[in-house]
Design a protein around this ligand. Structure first.
Ligand code: FES
Ligand SMILES: [Fe+2]
Length: 352
């Protein structure tokens, strides 16, 4: 692939739909509460299947989802104590992926060296994260920051998304504030203006001014009445490979992205709404309130977005050479960031 500095806008747009990830970042695999002690689950990071298990002490491990014996998927196995057992012949693996027992192997003989690749794994922000790249870099790469997490002034709403689209399409959708038109029946925003755009190698920052009115604006505390029009600044940050935007201290959303494959992306979002709720109210109503915000506010917006992203992907696949016209410089900057990251990874790998 040509370096992105040599690509014109059209080339960038086409190339970005074909690139893989830079695996030397932390990626979310799923919500931590969905993996209880003794459970194992399957996940995929950019075509790399992973078996994630939680042992009986609560520790989480991530192994390549292929038994070193014959390749059977390890997520089909079971957790026993601190080990994962392959479902086929019962070979037993520890959290480092080392085979520590073969049930039918003579006890007095040394076990053959059989190792499933293991990945650095972490739990943070109610999510399980994996580092699919070079393990020795895991500790040096900055971990995503979520300053609102655990702060009682913010109501936290987790939102899960699954799109049949390349991760570039999903991230462009999030960064693209000019699609209020799509959400107009849900009283989305209108009249956006891009105020500033800054970028460097692995991130970009865009500030937009947008207007709101209607019941939704009132619910979010943006206006006192539904008829009133108010303008606010939305600050959007793409810090490869994840996304964050905030609306002037009123709300904030972190979109943690899991690129699964060339036409599939998962998203684990933490949405925060600034609320001053007394503790007694929180205890009684936090769960239904979170459910309401998730189902009523978010899923309906998200479903509209998913339809657009999947439609975009479908048309792209029908004719990969088709030309498109983009007028938002923030989108072009995002595409270049994604390309740069992939190229940096490919380059660093070819040097090794
Ligand atoms: S394939 Fe896993 S133990 Fe045989
Ligand atoms: Fe949208």
């Amino acid at each position: 692939m040509k370096l992105d500095t040599t690509l014109d806008r059209q080339d960038v747009q086409t190339a970005v739909r074909e690139v893989g990830i830079n695996p030397n970042y932390w990626y979310p695999l799923g919500w931590a509460k969905n993996l209880q002690p003794g459970q194992v689950m399957a996940a995929t990071v950019w075509q790399q299947p992973i078996a994630v298990f939680r042992d009986d002490t609560g520790a989480v491990y991530a192994l390549e989802d292929a038994c070193p014996h014959k390749g059977v998927e390890l997520h089909k196995g079971e957790v026993q104590g601190q080990h994962l057992l392959c479902p086929y012949h019962g070979w037993e693996f520890n959290g480092d992926g080392e085979c520590v027992s073969i049930p039918y192997y003579p006890r007095d003989r040394k076990l053959p060296c059989a190792q499933a690749r293991s990945f650095p794994v972490r739990e943070a922000y109610d999510l399980i994260w994996v580092f699919p790249g070079e393990a020795k870099l895991a500790e040096t790469v900055p971990f995503p920051e979520v300053p609102e997490y655990g702060d009682r002034n913010w109501l936290q709403v987790p939102i899960t998304g699954h799109f049949g689209a390349h991760f570039s399409i999903a991230n462009e959708n999030a960064l693209d504030v000019f699609h209020g038109h799509l959400h107009k029946n849900l009283q989305g925003w209108f009249d956006p203006v891009l105020l500033s755009l800054q970028q460097n190698d692995d991130s970009l920052a865009a500030d937009y001014r947008v207007s709101y009115k209607g019941q939704m604006a009132k619910f979010l505390g943006l206006t006192d009445s539904a008829d009133e029009v108010t303008s606010r600044i939305i600050s959007v940050r793409y810090e490869y490979p994840h996304y964050h935007s905030s609306l002037e201290g009123v709300s904030s959303i972190h979109l943690m992205r899991l690129p699964v494959g060339p036409t599939e992306t998962r998203s684990f979002a933490l949405f925060y709404l600034k609320v001053a709720l007394p503790d007694w109210f929180r205890q009684l109503f936090e769960k239904p309130l979170v459910l309401f915000v998730e189902r009523v506010l978010f899923q309906r917006f998200l479903n509209q977005d998913i339809e657009m992203m999947e439609s975009e992907q479908k048309t792209y696949l029908r004719d990969r050479s088709r030309r498109y016209v983009e007028v938002n410089p923030a989108i072009v900057a995002l595409q270049k960031t994604i390309l740069r990251q992939y190229e940096a990874y490919v380059l660093s790998n070819s040097v090794d």
